[in-house]
Design a protein around this ligand. Structure first.
Ligand code: IMP
Ligand code: MG
Length: 178
């Protein structure tokens, strides 16, 4: 289906599951090479990255460790906006090689927060993998090591990503109808 009505908006097909698979194959090739002989810890950022993480790790030709975290945003008492909190990281990551898996990097602020939290725990390396990246909206300075697709600054849904709780289960990625 080329167009979908999701909750109260119309979305057009943007990236098909075949294109996603092809892109993941390329990323996995790189990761297999970069981590040959190592045992990195993959940290999947919930909720959005669960499908990407699942498809990616299935294709690795080594045995990684896998963990899941969540970054909750809630409004602080201050007027300065949202306060973030890292939930779910129980592993000792000191001296480990970490690969963070995200669905999409938009402003980059979520990852910036996560990176600073993880660096405090002294891993030996941290790399970032994201399926989607919006360069036009990115406000941070760190490098993103593995990028599936660079996309324009527009809202997307599907393949783990939601619009107000809807659409995470779609195998393809859709964008707002223009
Ligand atoms: P950032 O902190 O602005 O980089 O936003 C990162 C998070 O916002 C992602 O992990 C997503 O959960 C969510 N997000 C950003 N853009 C989109 C989008 O287009 N569709 C769905 N979720 C998005
Ligand atoms: Mg996310």
């Amino acid at each position: 289906m080329k167009t979908k009505h999701i909750k109260d908006k119309d979305f057009d097909l943007f990236i098909t599951d075949d294109q996603i698979k092809e892109s993941i194959d390329k990323l996995v090739k790189q990761i297999n090479t970069d981590y040959a002989g190592k045992r990195p810890l993959f940290i999947c950022v919930l909720n959005g990255a669960f499908m990407f993480a699942s498809d990616l790790i299935k294709k690795l030709d080594f045995f990684p460790e896998i963990s899941f975290v969540k970054v909750s945003s809630y409004s602080g008492l201050q007027t300065t906006g949202s306060v973030k909190k890292l939930i779910g990281l129980n592993e000792d990551i000191k001296g480990r090689d970490i690969i963070l898996i995200e669905d999409i990097i938009d402003s980059g602020l979520t990852m910036k927060y996560l990176l600073s939290e993880l660096k405090d725990r002294e891993p030996s390396s941290i790399r970032l993998a994201t399926l989607l990246f919006k360069p036009g909206s990115f406000q941070a300075k760190y490098a993103i090591d593995y990028i599936g697709f660079e996309i324009p600054n527009e809202f997307v849904v599907g393949y783990g990503m939601d619009y107000d709780g809807y659409g995470r289960n779609l195998p393809d990625i859709y964008h707002l109808k223009s």
